[in-house]
Design a protein. Sequence first.
Length: 397
Amino acid sequence: MIILASGSPRRQELLRKLCDNFTVEVSDAKEVQRADAPRILAIENAKLKAQSVAARHPDAAVVGADTIVTLDRKIFGKPDGVDGAEKMLRQLSGRRHEVVTGLALIVDGKIFTAAEVTAVFFGEMTTQEIRDYVATGEPLDKSGSYALQGGAAKFIEKIHGDWSNVVGLPIHRLKKLFEQAGVTLERSSTNIREIKNPLVAHKLAQLRDKSTPTKNFRALVDEIAMLLTCEVAKEFPTRAVDIETPLAACRAEVLDEENFVIVPILRAGLGMAQGVSKLLPAAPIGHIGMYRDEKTFEPVEYFFKMPPNFAEKTLLVVDPMLATGGSACDAIELLKARGAQKIIFMCIVAAPQGLEKLSTEYPDVEIFTAAIDERLNENRYIVPGLGDAGDRIFGTL
């Protein structure tokens, strides 16, 4: 098992380019602040992060990383508010600086370390450009007060070195570190598809907002479900039919909607089922009732009802949240035990742990999600997530 000791979504996205069978556990180590050479300091902090997680998981391969920005031998950390961010960017404007990432990989008690250095050349920035960029909020949690993959891209003239290092995880250097430690990287979860769509991202941002009222939350779940269905449907089989338009006869492609069954996992899944049904109105709807035991966190089944001959059809299992993966796996087990062959799982937000469990236990089930989040907290809720989807859909908070 591989564990990334970082909650950074950017590092998680980069690590997925090497492998997808990893989990995330945020380190509780405190970073050291010393006047060491940047390489030494970055490696030391990466080791501290990896060691704090490895102590709890001695059998895992644990990756720690620490990224710092340096200019004129001065280390730029994360800014202290808006004024600090503006000050850093004024110093970087029109200058060359370096981004240093330290890596630490712990395997069987052995520590493997490395560092990557990339030179970044900033163009001149006006005072207004700096203020406008800082006002977006993006620089406030970034070392050096900027993100190469974000709004700062327009200020960067060129880079010398590994671009992924500037984002926070030099994947080529990390790959070499894995090879040195004898760790085999696998991309086993080829059945996972994260939908990258600006409109989905826009709706999801509103859905996550804790101030979104129940009525709007329910409507957003409905809309995201429809957008996900459009993505899922790209591979649905069609058949040709002859039709007549007001002007001429023509051949057209149609779906046999009756060949699909929408299967919400109660109760939160009902919120998505309506959106899917709007696009496939002729598809019957089955129901699987489950709830999470508050003490054991395990799913408990209380209801199962499917239409006739459902096992011969394509089942669209829907649940807004894929957290531990327990409910999804149990629901799919119930369906397969009754002969189901073709199953597609759709969710809005997924945790790495749930994706690993579901994709490992059922590699033949295609998984579609609007977002892969950072981790689970101690109560097995997805972080950052969107809270309890069922309670927010039905207004039972």
